[in-house]
Design a protein around this ligand. Structure first.
Ligand code: GRG
Length: 322
């Protein structure tokens, strides 16, 4: 059993390592114009929690330390997983920059700062998002110095997993459902809204928009660290429950949180009349559903014999206030 202080230290250490790796991975002039390099850094280093890349590293650590890999050394597995960690944070940050645009959520505040389009204008914000998305796959695809023989197969699996989660079947698809749920698109584009099945619609929207990338973050870590198929599948099941818990809590925080804590505008979902867990199930039931999802995540870990920090990360996700 580890203490809260120990876990806080773990989060801080991982956060700092990820920041160093991200800085080293980003393009710099003269390889790109100074303005795009600056705009990418503005959003990337604005103080996000780094949940997804921390999850990538924790999943890698869990499969290596639980003996669910071949003969891979811990350090080699973690170095390879760091490419996945950087890639998922780049994709997550691109999605926030694009989501904040006037054409989408039209937000002025993100991670406690003016949003990218407020500072750099819409054109540069769109391009900074495009550059982060594209660069994520440069980072993932680039060969590393300490790769074991046959690593290309694993790299391809990780690339496919992250690309599917980010694309039309995952996050982009979820964002389309989100636009439909706010009435931005014609009602005919939201089959669930037409059929009136709010709970199924909510679940699908969350699974695609948020859950898919959280799942890919964990699974990519397990794959890149050399995890056996059974361990990768267990990490996938764990992350599905975690993604649901994360989004339920996000919906609750949109009602109960403060802009000061969250670094973004609150009450947006209610204002947009968008169905959320609290609006469909009420606050108490939403809290119970988040707790159930975390309990299910714990159960997956126990059955699979996966240790490390994954259980504490699940607890962090439901207890967070930002
Ligand atoms: C534009 C393709 C495209 C997708 C946008 C992620 C997303 C889809 C929109 C963001 C809107 C939003 C607030 C979604 C709820 C879940 C979420 C992603 C919250 C922010 O994630 P955190 O809390 O943020 O991990 P930090 O800043 O800590 O990284």
């Amino acid at each position: 059993m580890t203490s809260t202080r120990d876990f806080d230290r773990y989060l801080r250490t991982r956060h700092a390592e990820i920041d160093v790796a991200l800085e080293a991975a980003l393009p710099i002039p003269p390889d790109c114009p100074p303005l795009i390099a600056e705009a990418m850094r503005y959003s990337l280093f604005a103080g996000g929690k780094r949940l997804r890349p921390i999850l990538t590293l924790a999943a890698a650590e869990a499969v290596v330390e639980s003996g669910h890999t071949g003969a891979r050394s811990r350090d080699a597995g973690m170095a390879l997983a760091m490419t996945g960690a950087c890639a998922v944070e780049l994709i997550h940050t691109y999605s926030l920059v694009h989501d904040d645009l006037p054409a989408m959520d039209d937000d002025d505040l993100r991670r406690g700062r003016p949003t990218a389009h407020v500072v750099y204008g819409e054109g540069v914000a769109i391009l900074a998002g495009d550059a982060m998305l594209t660069h994520a796959f440069v980072v993932l695809a680039r060969p590393q110095s300490d790769e074991p023989p046959g690593f290309d197969q694993r790299r391809l699996r990780a690339i496919t997993c992250v690309a599917e989660a980010a694309g039309a079947g995952g996050m982009v698809g979820g964002q389309v459902l989100d636009l439909a749920a706010t009435g931005t698109l014609p009602a005919g584009d939201d089959p669930h809204r037409r059929a009136g099945c709010e709970d199924a619609a909510l679940r699908e929207r969350h699974e695609r928009k948020t859950g898919a990338l959280i799942g890919a973050a964990a699974v990519a870590g397990a794959i890149l660290a050399g995890g056996h198929d059974t361990a990768v599948a267990a990490v996938d099941r764990y992350a599905t429950h975690l993604g649901l818990a994360f989004q339920i809590v996000d919906d609750i925080l949109d009602v109960e949180g403060t802009a000061g804590d969250l670094g973004k505008t609150t009450g947006k979902d209610v204002g947009a009349c968008k169905p959320t867990y609290p609006s469909v199930h009420g606050l108490d039931r939403s809290r119970a559903l988040a707790a159930e999802a975390v309990a299910a995540a714990h159960e997956v870990l126990a059955i699979a014999g996966l240790g490390g920090r994954l259980a504490e990360i699940a607890d962090w996700v439901v207890s967070r206030t930002s």
